[in-house]
Design a protein around this ligand. Structure first.
Ligand code: BGN
Length: 280
């Protein structure tokens, strides 16, 4: 941030003129060049006329979902700019063909983002969820926030009371308090339920916005290859409280393959290693 930026007045807590809008999801997008001249390399943007209240890193776990990413970026840059966000987009791609580990990729995204800029809010989002209303503020709150609580594919309802998947927002302090995600979830499912247990164990609550405001589109797709259901989830979730202080950000290790600054995002390709032998 330069000197000039520091002297700007604070942005309003709630930007004006927010409401429902049409998410663009048609085939045209595939061919259309995203018209966004406002962005320097790496997908980092900040408001021109005011100083944003939070510095937000948006972290997306990724492998082989080019079209979803294109659609997400096409909609989300204008969305975040309308909310006057100071934000950067980190797409964290798992290198290789091993079982997908969403949670570990999100820990990597957190670690890489904090090394780059003084982000104080982290939004961990799947690449296939796009909010339908600008009032759904992509910001952090007093407590960790579950933001995918009103998806079209689930008729805008919660599937169960403690659901904590899809999109969540943590301040830096909140994320450190839970030691991030577990690194031990290989394959589909449960890492988000385990994170929920960490939040409760750490004495926090989760927040959600009203389901009218947080309506979002979630693309339907078949299960990705290499992301088969994780049979160890239930066991890991049960032991979250006793494992959380030694399995997470403080035990994270990985090897960066490349960091590429694209115009609309920073892509981090990472080798996250092999699943651990024991799950306890
Ligand atoms: C749950 C998954 C979540 C996922 C939601 C999506 C598990 C844990 C095994 C008990 N939980 O069933 O990870 O986000 O579905 O609705 O698989």
């Amino acid at each position: 941030m330069d000197q000039k930026q520091l002297q700007l007045p604070d942005c309003p807590a709630l930007p004006s003129d927010l409401g429902p809008y049409n998410v663009e999801v048609n085939e045209i997008i595939e061919k259309k060049v995203i018209q966004n001249t406002n962005l320097p390399l790496g997908g980092h943007s900040e408001p021109e006329n005011c100083t944003a209240l939070q510095k937000i890193a948006i972290v997306i776990p990724f492998r082989n979902r080019e079209l979803h990413l294109k659609v997400w970026l096409h909609n989300m840059h204008p969305f975040l700019q309308k909310q006057q966000a100071d934000y950067g987009i980190y797409v964290v791609e798992q290198y290789g063909e091993l079982k997908f580990n969403r949670a570990k990729l999100l820990n990597v995204g957190y670690s890489e983002a904090v090394n780059e800029y003084d982000y104080n809010c982290f939004i961990f989002t799947d690449v296939d969820i796009i909010p339908m209303d600008h009032r759904n503020l992509y910001r952090c709150s007093q407590n960790p926030k579950h933001m995918a609580n009103s998806l079209d594919k689930f008729n805008f309802r919660l599937r169960y009371k403690t659901v904590f998947g899809g999109v969540v927002a943590f301040s830096k302090e909140q994320f450190l308090k839970v030691n991030g995600f577990s690194n031990m979830f290989w394959g589909w499912g449960g890492e988000d339920d385990e994170l929920y247990q960490r939040v409760i164990t750490a004495g926090m609550k989760i927040e959600r916005q009203s389901q009218n405001i947080s309506k979002a589109k979630a693309f339907l797709h078949s299960r990705d290859k290499g992301n088969e259901q994780n049979p160890k989830s239930i066991r890991l979730i049960k032991k979250a409280a006793i494992r959380m202080h030694r399995d997470g950000l403080n035990s994270l290790n990985y090897t960066i393959i490349s960091v590429t600054k694209h115009r609309l995002y920073t892509k981090v390709t990472v080798d996250i290693g092999l699943p651990e032998e024991s799950i306890d």
